[in-house]
Each structure stands twice: as structure tokens, then as C-alpha cells.
Design a protein around this ligand. Structure first.
Ligand code: ATP
Ligand code: MG
Length: 404
């Protein structure tokens, strides 16, 4: 027997009172975006549940995708059955014969939203339980925590049977907490920061600074590939490439070596903030982690942060590198992050950057530059592309081998 749909139970959003419908609508579009890699699949959502109709698609890869989407508590692959007692009996027997192993216990939990159905839920439990005994005489019933809980639902359009409950990612649906600009380099930390922001429902746009020809197309592609990895948690992400060459050359030419890093970071922060404002973002998110490198001392953070009042969220600020790497591996960004492409900051990085930059000095060096003109030109030169989820390579290989 093949699963016909997957029934989804919502997570934390159930507690959100009158915002509930907004949350559900958001979650539905996120699920649709993520599952857009399976063309036959359709998504519906009502107040209590969402339903993914498989239309012949294998449920396993779809379930893998669903496991990652924030805002889902858990879900159950289900069989759609004709709404008649004989059909239900045949179905529970077939399912049990398929999954039963020596010594397993079971129960039937029926629910009826269609009250015109000939049996009520108690009678259904009885009838279908007996049908199971007929098929497997040695099976035992257990009311509390049985090995197999056959859940039967009689709805208007059909009956549904499920027995597996798969845990979802929890968190909040992406987009229900407003929008933030993620400063995304090609490193390990910023994708993890992005993931953690997504988890709490922040819709992110990825801002990436590129300095061609000093940085290669490979470095840009790396940032885009990382962004694509982040789409599996809540759907499409806008990727914003900022032309940064002119600014880096100007700083290099006019400021002392030790302050290159601080000045560079202040420009990144200003530009990200300007883009945020234009695009309706509420916060900036970055991958700074305390003490990791010179730019990440508290003094540096203060000097860099001084260009804006916008809240800057640093989800990994107090994590150790190994903790960050654990998450990077879990979300499958680590392998991409360690590809050896030079970032705009590594190329212009001084040997001994200042770890305790003085704001007074910073401002004096910046007065040698046309800060406003440089920021304006960078902002007007941005390139925005929408990054959509993509099937994993092994799935693509599988489809191709199916076709051959
Ligand atoms: P990451 O692993 O995220 O690159 P990092 O440990 O290498 O972080 P830095 O290079 O000091 O740290 O960068 C600190 C933060 O500044 C990054 O996490 C990122 O948010 C932002 N950042 C650095 N370079 C870029 C860039 N080219 N484009 C966008 N944001 C950047
Ligand atoms: Mg970096």
C-alpha cells in the first residue's frame, strides 16, 4: 500500500491566539516553497492541520524535507481509504500484516469528524480491532503506549489511516517574526547564524559582499550555495550581492594597515543597514563569535556596531567554534564553507589587525574617505536574486536512474 498524503501538526503556533491564521498561511507557503522540488505534491492547510497530498510521489524524500521545516511539530504519513467499513477492515489488515513483528502490541484510535458515518469511534475501534485479531490471532492489545497505534480518521471526503508519527523541527514558521538581513560570508559561522535566526521565525535576506576581481566567481557561488542550503528550513531566500571592490581599494589606499579590518566592517554594517531600510528589514544578523578573530573582540564589535542603532543579532556570539561546527555539519553547510575560496576580507586582511580600535582614530581615518558616496554607489549596485530549494544530488541521481 502506498501513502497518499502526509498529515502535519503545527508547533508552537498553536498558542498564538488571533495570529494563528497568519502563522498557518505562512507555514503553508513555506512548505509549498520547500516542496516545490516535487512537482506533483500539493499542500493544503486548515486551522488544525496541514495536508501534503503526494499524488504518487514517494513519501520518504518528502518526509525528509518536512523534517527540516520550522513550525512543524510532527507529521504522519497516511493512507487514504474509501469510506466504508469493508474497505477499512481490508486496509487495517493489510497494514498490520505488513508492519507487524512477533510480540508487538497495538491499538486502534478512531476519530470521526463526519458524524454521518455508520459507526461511531468506539464501534470503529471495536470492529477494526477485531479485524486485526482475525488477521494476526497472536497479537496483543495495549492501550497505553502500544508499539503500533493505528489512527483512523473519518473525514467528509474519505477515511485516513496512519500509524507513524515523525518528529518535526519545531521552531516558528519562517517569516512570522519579521525580516532580518543576514550578513553572509562564505565562512562557517554566518550560515549557522542564519539557520538559528530562521528557527525563530525570522525571514532572512542574505547580503554578501564581493570584491571582484580580487574575489573569484567561486567565492560568490559558494555564498549562493550556502544560501540554497538555508532554503530547506522555510523556503526561498533573496540573495543580495554587494559590489565592494571600490570600497576595499579606497580603504587600502587611504587608511593605515592596522585599521583596514575595522573600517571595512563598518562599511559592511552601514551598507547592510541601508539595504535593510530600503527592503523593510527590522534587524541585522551576523556570524560574529566572541574572541574568534581580531574583528570579534568586544572593543571591535563596539567600534563596528557604532555606525548604526539597528539591533544586530549575533546568534553564535557565545558559542565555541566546535559547537558552531556541529550545527554546520547538521545543517549540511560545513562542506561548502570549507571550500578554499578567498573571501573579500581574507584578501585585504592585514597581518596584525587592531584588536582594540579607538573610535576617535576610526573616525579620523574615515574623514579621508567619501563615506556617503561610497555607500551610495555600493547600495545602488546591488544585484538581487531569488534562491530556491533544489533537490539533493543523490535524489537527482535516483530520478535519473529511474528514467533509464
Ligand atoms: P564566517 O565564518 O561567518 O565568515 P568568521 O569567523 O570568518 O565568520 P569574520 O570573517 O570576522 O568571521 O566575519 C564576521 C562576520 O561578518 C561574518 O560572520 C559575517 O556575518 C560578516 N561578513 C564577513 N565577511 C562578509 C562578506 N564577504 N559578506 C557578508 N558578510 C560578511
Ligand atoms: Mg569569514
Amino acid at each position: 500500500m502506498q501513502y497518499s498524503e502526509i498529515m502535519i501538526r503545527y508547533g508552537e503556533l498553536s498558542t498564538k491566539g488571533k495570529n494563528r491564521m497568519r502563522f498557518i498561511t505562512k507555514l503553508r507557503t513555506n512548505i509549498q516553497d520547500v516542496l516545490s522540488i516535487y512537482p506533483a505534491v500539493k499542500v493544503m492547510a486548515d486551522r488544525d492541520r496541514a495536508h501534503v497530498y503526494l499524488h504518487g510521489t514517494d513519501y520518504k524524500p518528502v518526509a525528509e524535507s518536512l523534517k527540516q521545516i520550522f513550525g512543524i511539530q510532527n507529521f504522519s504519513p497516511s493512507y487514504k481509504i474509501e469510506k466504508s467499513v469493508p474497505a477499512l477492515i481490508a486496509a487495517v489488515q493489510a497494514i498490520m500484516l505488513d508492519i507487524y513483528q512477533e510480540g508487538m502490541t497495538f491499538k486502534v484510535s478512531s476519530k470521526r469528524s463526519d458524524h454521518d458515518f455508520e459507526l461511531d469511534s468506539r464501534e470503529l475501534n471495536q470492529t477494526l480491532g477485531n479485524a486485526v485479531f482475525e488477521a494476526i490471532p497472536t497479537v496483543q492489545v495495549k492501550m497505553k503506549a502500544p508499539d503500533i497505534d493505528l489512527r483512523v480518521e473519518i473525514r467528509k471526503e474519505a477515511a485516513y489511516i496512519s500509524y507513524e508519527t515523525i518528529r518535526g523541527a519545531g521552531g516558528l514558521p519562517v517569516g512570522t517574526s519579521g525580516k532580518g538581513m543576514l550578513m553572509l560570508s562564505g565562512g562557517i559561522d554566518s550560515p549557522v547564524a542564519g539557520y538559528l535566526a530562521l528557527k525563530r521565525g525570522v525571514d532572512i535576506e542574505a547580503v554578501h559582499f564581493a570584491s571582484p576581481p580580487y574575489t573569484s566567481p567561486g567565492a560568490l557561488k559558494k555564498a549562493q550555495d550556502l544560501t540554497r542550503k538555508l532554503t530547506k528550513f522555510g523556503g526561498n531566500i533573496q540573495f543580495i550581492e554587494v559590489p565592494f571592490t571600490e570600497i576595499q581599494e579606497e580603504i587600502k589606499a587611504k587608511a593605515p594597515e592596522a585599521y583596514l579590518m575595522t573600517l571595512t566592517r563598518r562599511f559592511m554594517m552601514r551598507i547592510t543597514d541601508r539595504i535593510r531600510k530600503e527592503r523593510g528589514g527590522l534587524v541585522i544578523i551576523n556570524g560574529e563569535s566572541l574572541g574568534q578573530v581580531a574583528s570579534q573582540t568586544l572593543e571591535s564589535m563596539q567600534a563596528i556596531n557604532a555606525v548604526t542603532n539597528t539591533p544586530v543579532i549575533r546568534p553564535v556570539v557565545t558559542m565555541d567554534k566546535l559547537e558552531i561546527i556541529d550545527i554546520a555539519e547538521k545543517i549540511d553547510t560545513f562542506e561548502i564553507s570549507i571550500q578554499p575560496f578567498e573571501d573579500c576580507c581574507t584578501i585585504f586582511a592585514p597581518d596584525r589587525p587592531k584588536t582594540n580600535p579607538k573610535i576617535k582614530n576610526v573616525e579620523q581615518y574615515e574623514s579621508r574617505l567619501d563615506v556617503e558616496g561610497l555607500v551610495k554607489r555600493a547600495v545602488s549596485g546591488i544585484m538581487v536574486t531569488e534562491i530556491t530549494p533544489q533537490a539533493e544530488q543523490d535524489e537527482v541521481d535516483e530520478w535519473i536512474s529511474d528514467l533509464l
